[in-house]
Design a protein around this ligand. Structure first.
Ligand code: ADP
Length: 412
């Protein structure tokens, strides 16, 4: 038997909304439900004054209600994730109950699953053949002056990996961070077009590549260094050398974030590139369909086997927002979120398909994605900004986990 959205929703009609009265469904607190096999995930919106202890209590109640009714109906609930979101859709608190995808994971204490960071190491993926599991990528380099290096990967091409990498970079820059973007997608470097670099020349000063300063970010792309009309056949060492050069011989200056657009897939080249630099973590981009999720699970497995922290999963092309402002679930919205949940990886957010994003990419104007006057109103901007905020939080957590950033205790 498998859980369904309707079943989860009906269970939540039995959980009171502590702020508005009534129950979580009729009070309008329930924003989103997703269910697959024995896994469920919900988003609730409660006024901020509710406070974390109340949110945690609501989550506990939702979990007990769901498991109770499920048991009565002969259903199983292996995992429930309850996310509390604010008006902009940004996750303000998460409660996790039950296990992840692994069967080898130790049982959860008090019904609360271990945090994603812990689950990441225990999610039961077989090593990719020929690849040793390592705590930190062997021989990887830090880049002087660069605080966080984030790789954006995908199980396969065409899911919008480059678009997400670019919009994360521009979104972070709009929040005041110093951001670089390295387009390492040697199979189809799309940044020259997406950033509007086609008429610009690559500058080299004192033997160092000068990044293009566009849309508030510093960008470098392999597409400006090879003849775009002549396909290059990349052999592993050649691609690795080119990537290393782009990363290490570019005058990045001081950066808060360097976003790397990796080649798609889990082949040799993506794998070597992911190992070259000391990454803060990786983001996996996926579309909602089941077939796309299978590829994304492999990409997540690759990062894990390399000992790279998974910062989260992004669902791109989650649903279509027409110029009339209406949403259409073309590919089955929510699939990537369920996958993230099953992997025990944070879900960073969903980006709709919009005409605006495609047009702005073709025009080389990503900044326009953050305008409110695209045909879809402010939907694209809100989705992208929420993604950026969630990524910032995950990077902060990853830095604490790795000991790079310790909380400061002030005693007065
Ligand atoms: P990948 O890097 O995974 O190959 P791209 O980012 O190059 O994918 O995207 C492929 C195409 O899909 C591009 O034309 C891009 O503009 C378009 N695209 C990607 N995401 C969206 C979206 N959310 N809405 C509309 N078009 C999109």
């Amino acid at each position: 038997m498998s859980l369904s959205k309707d079943f989860v929703t009906s269970c939540l009609t039995g959980v009171p909304d502590p702020v508005r009265g009534k129950d979580l469904v009729s009070s309008g607190a329930l924003q989103w439900v997703s269910a697959c096999d024995t896994y469920a995930s919900i988003k609730l919106s409660l006024p901020p004054e509710a406070g974390k202890p109340v949110l945690q209590q609501v989550a506990q109640l939702a979990h007990s209600k769901l498991t109770q009714i499920a048991q009565r109906n002969g259903e199983t609930v292996d995992s429930l994730i309850v996310e509390f979101v604010d008006d902009a859709g940004t996750v303000v608190h998460t409660a996790r109950f039950g296990g992840m995808i692994s069967n080898t994971k130790p049982p959860a204490k008090d019904g609360v699953a271990p945090p994603a960071s812990q689950a990441a190491g225990s999610a039961g993926h077989e090593p990719i053949p020929g690849l040793q599991k390592s705590a930190k990528p062997a021989g990887s380099h830090a880049l002087p002056g660069v605080r966080n290096i984030i790789a954006v990967g995908a199980g396969k091409g065409g899911v919008g990996k480059s678009s997400i990498a670019l919009n994360l970079a521009v979104g972070l820059a709009r929040k005041g961070h110093a951001v670089g973007l390295l387009d390492g997608d040697i199979y189809g470097p799309s940044m020259p077009t997406m950033l509007g670099l086609n008429a610009l020349e690559q500058a080299v000063v004192a033997g160092r590549l000068q990044p293009f300063y566009v849309h508030g970010i510093k960008a470098i792309t392999i597409g400006k260094l090879v003849d775009s009309d002549r396909p290059l056949i990349w052999r592993g060492p050649m691609a690795h050398g080119a990537f290393k050069q782009l990363a290490e011989q570019t005058s990045w200056g001081e950066l808060d974030y360097l976003i790397i657009d990796l080649p798609p897939g889990t082949g040799d080249i993506a794998l070597t590139m992911a190992q070259t630099l000391q990454l803060t973590g990786a983001v996996v981009v996926c579309t909602p369909q089941k077939v796309a999720q299978d590829d994304a699970v492999r990409a997540a497995g690759m990062f894990r086997q390399l000992g790279i922290d998974l910062l989260g999963v992004v669902e791109n092309m989650s649903y279509f927002v027409g110029d009339d402002g209406k949403s259409y679930d073309i590919f089955g919205r929510g699939g990537a979120e369920v996958m993230a949940q099953r992997l025990g990886v944070p879900f960073l957010g969903a980006v709709p398909i919009t005409m605006a994003l495609r047009e702005n990419s073709d025009k080389g104007d990503p900044t326009a994605n953050f305008d409110n006057d695209s045909g879809a109103g402010d939907r694209l901007r809100v989705a992208l900004e929420s993604l950026v905020t969630n990524l910032e939080s995950q990077v902060a957590l990853a830095s604490m986990r790795s000991g790079a950033q310790k909380p400061v205790l002030t005693i007065s």
